[in-house]
Design a protein around this ligand. Structure first.
Ligand code: SAH
Length: 290
């Protein structure tokens, strides 16, 4: 059997969205590959494989249309297509995937890749392309760094908008005693559940499909990587009331122009802003309930 390889070279920031589009049309997952200079220098390649059969032209057209729609929001170059033999794709694909390091100790590892761990590594096994949260997006990386700094053994954590479950898994591996991971998208909840099991943290992480109304009780840390607008709405609906005294709030997915709104919402609930960090146009806020 032959496979049609589709590849698109994009900025790391757009890679997740492209992987999401491609994942609608492929059966065997999507890979996001770093360029020769690593994840942060220059473009990455998003690659996927689909059967190279009689349907190939229809599939190509669907992919081109899907990417065209996305191209209205971010710049997406034309995808390249090539036909490869069955034997070639498995090996070629696995060879190209890399392990991604974030913060001081966090390692994101594609599940089929061997990797020699170093002492102190916090390893998260994840495959890209099925739900937002591969670790490539700057907002996810800033949240991981914040979790590394803030999570202490025994904490109870909420990850609202869990996507792939990446932040919930990280919190569990960093020592949280209990993590509630919630997502309104059923597909994300499914993917998160499977990633939680794949990482062996199902004893600590509970996944719920839903939103704020499914978060009962109070917690030591909330992490919300959605969008400024959604964070402000959630705060107005009582999100900060789920924080214990001394609890932390990591808010991300905030573009710099919307940051003042989120800060105002936090202050209106009596939170203290601990830090404001920025990568590209993305701001992450660290706040605390005094
Ligand atoms: N936490 C992951 C994924 C962030 S993407 C990371 O940091 O990489 C944001 C996720 O929030 C998406 O999966 C989306 O389905 C979910 N989401 C958006 N609005 C939501 C809401 N109001 N309540 C719950 N989940 C929401």
């Amino acid at each position: 059997m032959r496979w049609l390889e589709v590849s698109v070279e994009v900025d790391a920031e757009a890679a997740e969205a492209v992987a999401e589009v491609l994942s609608r049309y492929v059966e065997r997952g999507v890979a996001i590959e770093a360029g020769p200079d690593g994840w942060h220098a220059g473009p990455v390649v998003v690659r996927a494989y689909l059967p190279d059969d009689d349907e190939r032209w229809a599939r190509r057209k669907q992919i081109q249309e899907g990417l065209w729609h996305l191209g209205q929001i971010v710049r997406i170059p034309e995808p390249s297509f090539r036909s490869v033999a069955e034997e070639d794709w498995t090996e070629a694909w696995k060879k190209r995937l890399r392990v991604l390091r974030v913060g001081a100790h966090i390692v994101i590892q594609p599940s089929w890749l061997d990797y020699e761990h170093e002492a102190g590594d916090v390893v998260i096994r994840l495959d890209p392309g099925m739900a937002f949260g591969t670790g490539l997006h700057p907002t996810t990386q800033m949240c991981l760094v914040a979790l590394e700094e803030l999570v202490r053994p025994g904490m109870e954590v909420v990850d609202l908008g869990t996507g792939s479950g990446i932040l919930a898994i990280a919190a569990a591996k960093l020592g949280a005693r209990d993590v509630l991971a919630v997502d309104s998208d059923p597909q994300a909840a499914r993917v998160a559940r499977s990633n939680v099991i794949g990482n062996g943290v199902q004893g600590t992480v509970r996944i719920k499909r839903g939103s704020l109304s499914d978060v009962a009780g109070t917690y030591d840390l909330l992490v919300v990587n959605i969008l400024a607008k959604v964070i402000v709405e959630l705060v107005e609906q009582g999100l900060c009331e789920r924080m214990r005294r001394g609890a932390f709030f990591v808010g991300a997915g905030i573009t710099s122009d919307r940051t003042p709104e989120v800060i105002a919402a936090f202050k209106s609930k009596g939170l203290e802003i601990l830090d404001q960090r920025q990568q590209d146009d993305w701001v992450t806020l660290l706040a605390k309930r005094p």
